[in-house]
Design a protein around this ligand. Structure first.
Ligand SMILES: [Zn+2]
Length: 447
């Protein structure tokens, strides 16, 4: 069947589509025009017409978003469909305020054409990011720009308490939100295994959430459509829609904080696997029979690369007093003040302990990235998280280490980069999840 994101097509609005899907839909539109003819579409069932109408809007909106300001006739040429089809779709998009007229173009002989552009500010999204320590809630426009933002500490709440706290904070935020009619919905991103289709947190051991129907719980309280997704999936979508990787279709996104997670994009679509647990890079093995992991296995990457591991290594070295470190001076000997920012600053100052720990990170991460590259052949691997934010030295060393490990024909194509979206990338990720669900067609194999 055809879906809009994770929900049924018929309940959803117009859609954006990837290049491959765009080619397919363009072909489909041309076929519809040939078989039915514009006016004869009225003979078809209401459901079919609605589907075709949404398809038209989706494809036309995609072209306007990518190529605008653009005239109606140019859109028809790009899509190789009739001007009537384009005009009809544009009228609907303008009625929804998703598209506006913006200036006059150059004439190629006749009357000067009116140009159209995407209008991202007419609608809003409420984005919510949940971590072990804080809940961040923000209003964003359809370009992922933040208009208003709040942060609430969780005091390490878990399980039912955590869910109640989340619902309370989001409810309070929505009650004070003055432009609800233009809000497209709420998007929640958090770590762990997420069943995005059913809006369920399947597994998050750190927050003690197992098979929690989070989207349904929030929807019952707030009466807005709610979407949830894994944070790494959200982050890879944010790069695809709003970051510097909009022209890439095959991406791996790795985030390193309290744990390590990843999102996989294949041909412009999130690859979720059969249980929604794809991309669990933190539990891939990098050391045979290595350290015991909370998942029950041994030698998982998370036990060698995440912030708690780095923290423990720094503290152990300080306690043993084996290495003099600038970090000890920076925190005044108080290990409670030891943060990822201190570690990153020490790296900039070429602190020997910080450099040694980073080299160990590179050693283990490069094994995981080598495996990723050989399995998925991505166009780019994007890194983010408090441990790597702004850490260009790590990227350079990782690039070199991975180059030495991959097969020869891939060595010149290794492309590892830091996220360009900065510290608010989780909020932009939340916006991207809703954007992907409400404004994009996808095909599912079965219902
Ligand atoms: Zn594990």
């Amino acid at each position: 069947m055809v879906r809009m994101g994770n929900k049924s097509l018929i309940t959803r609005d117009v859609g954006f589509i990837s290049c491959e899907m765009g080619c397919f839909f363009r072909y489909f539109l041309q076929l519809v025009e040939k078989v039915c003819g514009g006016a004869d579409l009225k003979k078809h069932r209401t459901g079919d017409l609605k589907f075709i109408q949404q398809l038209n809007e989706s494809v036309v909106l995609e072209v306007i978003r990518e190529k605008g300001p653009i005239s109606r006739s140019k859109i028809a040429k790009v899509l190789e469909v009739s001007p009537t089809t384009v005009t009809s779709a544009v009228n609907l998009l303008m009625a929804k305020e998703l598209v506006v007229e913006d200036g006059i173009g150059i004439s190629s002989g006749g009357r000067k054409p009116v140009l159209l552009r995407f209008n991202p500010t007419a609608h809003s999204i409420i984005g919510v990011s949940v971590t072990n320590t804080k809940i961040t809630i923000a209003v964003l426009d359809l370009h992922g720009n933040i208009r208003k933002r709040e942060v609430h500490p969780t005091n390490y709440a878990k399980g039912k308490v955590m869910v109640e706290l989340l619902v309370t904070k989001v409810s309070q935020f929505v009650q004070l939100y003055e432009d609800l009619p233009h809000c497209q919905g709420i998007s929640v991103v958090l770590p762990g295994i997420i069943d995005a289709q059913h809006g369920t947190v399947s597994y998050n051991s750190k927050l003690d959430l197992f098979d929690v129907p989070l989207a349904k719980i929030i929807e019952e309280q707030i009466h807005l459509p709610v979407f949830i997704d894994n944070d790494a999936n959200a982050l890879v979508l944010s790069e695809y829609y709003f970051g510097s990787f909009t022209h890439y279709k095959n991406l791996i996104y790795i985030t390193i904080d309290e744990g390590i997670g990843s999102g996989i994009m294949i041909n412009g679509q999130i690859f979720r696997g059969s249980n929604g647990s794809s991309g669990e890079i933190g539990h891939t093995s990098v050391v045979p029979d290595g350290m015991k992991c909370e998942c029950g296995s041994r030698g998982c990457l998370e036990n060698y690369v995440s912030w708690p591991v780095i923290y423990a290594k720094i503290v152990a070295a300080m306690m043993a007093n084996a290495i003099q470190s600038t970090m000890y001076t920076m925190i005044g000997g108080d290990i409670r003040k030891l943060t990822p920012e201190v570690f990153l600053k020490a790296l900039q100052e070429e602190d020997p302990l910080a450099l040694r720990i980073m080299q160990e990170m590179v050693r283990y991460l490069s094994i995981a990235l080598k495996n990723y590259i050989h399995l998925f052949d991505p166009e780019a691997i994007i890194l983010s998280g408090s441990v790597v934010q702004g850490n260009q030295l790590l990227v350079e060393q990782l690039q070199q280490a991975v180059k030495k490990k991959v097969i020869p024909n891939l060595r010149s194509k290794i492309n590892i980069q830091l996220t360009p979206l900065g510290s608010e990338n989780r909020m932009v990720g939340a916006a991207a999840v809703l954007f992907n669900n409400k404004f994009r067609f996808t095909f599912a194999a079965s219902d």
